[in-house]
Design a protein around this ligand. Structure first.
Ligand code: NAD
Ligand code: IPM
Ligand code: MN
Length: 355
């Protein structure tokens, strides 16, 4: 097992610096406990980078990302830049493309001690454990664009190879879980979806132990609320995955609980980022929920750094803090970002249940 790692921190905008700061404190405690050495470099991305460096992500930052072991990113986006020609969000998209991070893993599980934090009924939520595998570097996000006063277009393109590689990630994940993949598309209308469906069906042939079904995205949105327990692994294209994962955030009860890992080919650094955005409405108030970013750091130890022991300790620290009702306002609690972070940090540092 390796025990020293080089991490690039990209806090970004809004609550990004608050939640990345929280994750860093927990990572440091875990690193100390396990005798791991973490060296960090921090750089700008998003609106912060437009302000300081004139572009939403600089070439230098992209190169540093590529040479790092892993990237931890907060969030990008700022209302002041919503009408500008260069958007902060473009920095995140360039980074994902630059690292070839085509598979975005977004685990969503109901948390037993938090069933009442969701707007959904407890009996619908009990036992829910879903992995959304979102294709991240193709589709309408990256096709040619035209933007005028009278006409605009976003071209959505998928190649067989792009669908195959993300489908394999989904099937492999399902083999280690409950053996079911649901592929979500809009094959009744879109050509890209018909290719998607046919390629995912072909790939399924390589995984005889995994059951595959296909669900149209509009129906999938409904089933996620009506009967989320029917899903194990969901694999879907970039835009559908973006929308369905925000919807799925209401299964555990808040955007502030969903972590993610954005992964490319083996050996390339992953990007670890919460699913939520920069939340400008609560930035600077101490209300930001740090769990999603802390759990993203845990995913980094598991998926990119080969340290499931460290990941497990962080995840356990989060579970214990949640059970002890260290909850920010989005979860109906009164704790601050700082109080929640300190609870997890203390538990991880001690390696046992004292918070
Ligand atoms: P958002 O996810 O930032 O916020 C949606 C709602 O959820 C807000 O009410 C917010 O307060 C709440 N919320 C989100 N994260 C939270 C947290 N950790 N703790 C407590 N509450 C939280 O989405 P939005 O408001 O639609 O977008 C704001 C900006 O963020 C936009 O510029 C958007 O482009 C950007 N964005 C960035 C990312 C990213 O960087 N990965 C993801 C989504 C949105
Ligand atoms: C996400 C975000 C991004 C996306 C934006 C900020 C570009 O919403 O990571 O889910 O749409 O991928
Ligand atoms: Mn999103």
């Amino acid at each position: 097992m390796r025990d020293s790692f080089d991490i690039l921190l990209l806090p970004g905008d809004g609550i990004g610096p608050e939640v990345v700061g929280a994750a860093r404190r927990v990572m440091d405690a875990a690193a100390d406990h396990f005798g791991v050495e973490l060296s960090y470099e921090e750089r700008k991305v998003g609106a912060a980078a437009i302000q300081d460096e004139g572009e939403p992500v600089s070439e230098e930052t992209l190169e540093r990302a590529r040479s790092s072991d892993s990237v931890l990113l907060g969030a990008v986006g700022h209302p002041d830049f919503d009408r500008g020609t260069v958007r902060p969000e473009a920095g995140l998209l360039r980074l994902r493309k630059h690292l070839g991070a085509f598979a975005n893993l977004r685990p969503v599980a109901a948390i037993p001690s938090l069933l009442s934090a969701s707007t959904l009924k407890e009996e619908v939520l009990r036992g829910v454990d879903i992995l959304i595998v979102r294709e991240l570097t193709g589709g309408a996000y990256f096709g040619d664009k035209e933007e005028g006063e009278e006409l605009a277009s976003d071209l959505s393109v998928y190649t067989r190879e792009e669908v195959e590689r993300v489908a394999r990630v989904a099937f492999e994940a399902a083999e280690g879980r409950n053996g079911r993949v649901t592929s979500v598309d809009k094959a009744n209308v879109m050509a890209t979806s018909r290719l998607w469906r046919s390629v995912v069906s072909d790939v399924a042939g390589e995984y005889p132990n995994v059951a595959l079904d296909h669900v149209l995205v509009d129906a999938a949105a409904m089933f996620l609320i009506r009967d989320p327990g029917r899903f194990d692994v969901i694999v879907t294209e970039n835009l559908f995955g973006d929308i369905l994962s925000d919807e799925a955030a209401m299964l555990p009860g808040s955007m502030g609980l969903l972590p993610s890992a954005s992964l490319g080919e083996p050996g390339t650094p992953g990007i670890y980022e919460p699913v939520h955005g920069s939340a400008p409405d609560i930035a600077g108030t101490g209300k930001a929920n740090p769990y999603a970013t802390v759990l993203s750091a845990a995913m980094m130890f598991r998926h990119s750094l080969g340290r499931p022991d460290v990941a497990g300790a962080i995840e356990q620290g989060v579970s214990v803090a949640l059970e002890a009702h260290y909850l920010t306002p989005d979860l109906g609690g009164k704790k601050t970002t700082e109080e929640v972070t300190e609870a997890v940090r203390k538990w991880v540092a001690a390696g046992e249940g004292v918070i």
